[in-house]
Design a protein around this ligand. Structure first.
Ligand code: DLL
Length: 435
């Protein structure tokens, strides 16, 4: 039986949801117009007044916000409440550029915990469960975000944070954790380290895991489920909007329900800004409608997604988003062809012979892009003949070319060559940017 944390919100009718969103949106717009000079100036320039925003159908009238706006107003320029009401800040440096800072009132922290509590409940967790938190604690939102949700559910929280993987595994085993959360890359590293320690999934008691903070494929899900013996659920979020828990997976595992009573999603054409109809692929945009300290209007995430209101077997009516393939900033254009690292990941894991560690190295020589994929071999393959390794290389080359429509040099590298991470994996080294 499907369990819900907040059934009235998670299973509301469409008209109930729209009217709640409309009410909250108009309140939020008034709040930012009155308290954030940047928003007031932008709305004035666009000729929009708070009284023009009465329903979700008016959303398109509002100007977009983007990461650069957060950088330009660093650190507190977009905060909508006095600092004495802000009880926490988090920050993100992202892969490029200046740090951004976000803030929370006590009510915002409660909203955030509620979002994560819904995710945990959808993953089957309840107060009898133990949650091993391997996301980083600190300015990153992963650790404290899920921690708050797990406490709200009443789980026994084990706040391990990142690092010292062998010690993590001992804690996981000794304290009998039934749930874990970390990046999918780190989950694989934990599995690999367990193997080195002579342990298997039968030595631990995991039932489920919430993995997110980076794109990951269905093949990677299978790999994690097999190796850790737990159901691997996806969880999505970003610092600017609240952190983890913007969207979460249910038992159907076919995309993530967005907590749309708190964050209204839209899909836009990234080039023109035009709002696209449901089912179209485009850039995800979120508007926060319950936050007090840091409510962003129409924030452009750069994440590429698809929204769907198709009926879900779990009974939730919250709109769903497809697993994001990656950020538009992560998309590589190599010799004119669009390439997402996740496509390469799918190919490698489907072939299934090598280790699940890879890196795409892109460079430019004589005005032409070069494209190399380094793939790690498993310790078992290490003793294979040169001939069989060459055959493997060739098989990967063919499969990559037919999926991406572009040739790549495949280099098999020794076990443990590709750096392991505790947080988000680095799948791309684009040296073209250095020239
Ligand atoms: O990664 C928040 C988070 C923590 C989410 C723990 C889930 C679990 P940022 O560091 O600001 O926040 O990075 C946000 O990470 O815009 C996406 O590009 C990517 N991302 C997050 N979750 C997923 C996911 C956290 N499930 C950026 N699938 C986002 C794909 C994801 N990409």
């Amino acid at each position: 039986m499907e369990k819900y944390w907040n059934k009235s919100m998670e299973c509301a009718t469409l008209s109930e949801m729209k009217s709640l969103q409309s009410f909250r949106l108009s309140q939020t717009v008034r709040h930012v117009y009155e308290n954030v000079p940047v928003y007031r100036e932008r709305m004035d320039a666009a000729g929009v007044k708070p009284e023009d925003i009465n329903s979700v159908n008016d959303l398109y009238k509002l100007p977009f916000t983007c990461k650069q706006d957060l950088r330009d107003t660093y650190p507190y320029g977009l905060f909508a409440v006095p600092m004495d009401r802000v009880v926490r800040v988090h920050a993100s440096s992202g892969t490029t550029g200046k740090q951004i800072v976000v803030g929370y009132t006590q009510k915002d922290l409660d909203t955030w915990s509620e979002c994560c509590a819904r995710a945990l409940t959808a993953a089957g967790a309840d107060k009898s469960d133990f949650m091993h938190v391997s996301y980083g604690y600190g300015l990153f939102t992963g650790g404290l975000g899920i921690h708050g949700g797990a406490e709200k559910v009443g789980m026994t929280v084990i706040p391990v944070s990142t690092g010292n993987t062998k010690r993590q595994i001992n804690i996981l085993r000794d304290l009998g954790s039934t749930y874990i959360c970390c990046t999918p890359s780190y989950a694989l590293f934990i599995a690999e380290t367990m193997q080195e320690m002579g342990l298997t999934k039968d030595d631990i008691k995991l039932k489920g895991g919430l993995f997110g903070a980076e794109p990951w494929t269905e093949e990677m899900r299978t790999e994690i489920q097999d190796k850790l013996g737990c159901k691997a659920m996806d969880i999505y979020g970003l610092t600017e909007i609240i952190g983890p828990g913007v969207a979460f997976e249910c038992s159907e595992q076919t995309g993530m329900h967005i907590n749309e009573d708190n964050f209204i999603p839209e899909i836009i054409d990234p080039d023109t800004g035009e709002v696209l109809p449901e089912g179209s692929q485009g850039e995800l945009v979120f508007t926060c409608i319950t936050k007090e300290a840091f409510p962003l209007l129409r924030y452009r995430t750069r994440d590429i997604g698809i929204l769907s209101r198709e009926k879900c077997s779990c009974g939730r009516t919250l709109i769903k988003m497809k697993k994001p393939a990656g950020r538009s900033d992560d998309m590589l254009i190599i010799r004119g062809v669009n390439v997402f690292p996740s496509q390469v990941e799918s190919v490698l894991l489907q072939l299934g012979n090598t280790a699940p560690y890879y890196q795409l190295i892109v460079d430019r020589e004589n005005n032409t892009d070069t494209f190399e994929i380094q793939v790690e071999i498993t310790p078992e393959m290490f003793s294979d003949t040169i001939k069989s390794l060459e055959q493997e290389e060739h098989a990967i080359k063919l499969a990559v070319e037919s999926t991406l429509g572009i040739g790549a040099k495949i280099t098999l590298v020794e076990p443990k060559t590709i750096p392991r991470v505790e947080g988000k994996a680095v799948h791309v080294i684009d040296r073209r940017k250095l020239h």
